[in-house]
Design a protein around this ligand. Structure first.
Ligand code: ATP
Ligand code: MG
Length: 139
């Protein structure tokens, strides 16, 4: 059993597709172990995306991530890190597979609706960034 962090970014929340995204997880055998809606401060967004702090898009990305509320979730299931990345589609929605969340709903390489951890180590850091052990519910 594996866990990963999923975020519905401010553009996804603004498009009223929270339910649509969650439905894709639940119909693909993924369980939600934790969930909340929050509005990040700039420094909280910078801390979350610290791995990208040298990238040219860091300032714009952290502005975008603080532009409205987000939904953060812990997903659980077999091979869920890779499964979630497959459901999300490529970072650039123009390169994303047909039927993926980003292909259907993203409008921009930055405003790409969802985030998903990319490895077990990043998943552990990202889950701990938003949730404590008491907030995680394995089912
Ligand atoms: P995420 O980490 O959000 O799940 P990802 O792993 O597919 O996305 P990363 O390379 O980790 O992509 O980039 C993090 C986020 O930074 C992207 O989801 C996107 O919002 C933004 N981003 C990535 N590349 C660019 C770029 N070239 N220009 C602008 N924004 C970008
Ligand atoms: Mg990433």
């Amino acid at each position: 059993m594996e866990r990963t962090l999923s975020i519905i970014k401010p553009d996804g929340v603004g498009k009223n597709i929270i339910g649509e995204v969650i439905k894709r997880f639940e119909t693909n055998g993924i369980k939600i172990a934790a969930m909340k809606m929050i509005h990040l401060s700039k420094s909280q967004a910078q801390g979350f995306y610290a791995v990208h702090k040298e990238r040219p898009f860091f300032d714009s990305l952290t502005d975008f991530m603080t532009s409205g509320p987000i939904v953060v979730m812990v997903l659980e299931g077999e091979d869920v890190i890779a499964k979630n990345r497959t459901l999300m589609g490529a970072t650039n929605f123009k390169e994303a597979e047909e039927g993926t969340i980003r292909r259907e709903y993203a409008t921009d390489i930055e405003k790409n609706v969802v985030h998903g951890s990319d490895a077990p180590e990043t998943a552990a850091f990202e889950i701990g960034y938003f949730f404590n052990e008491l907030e995680l519910h394995s089912r």
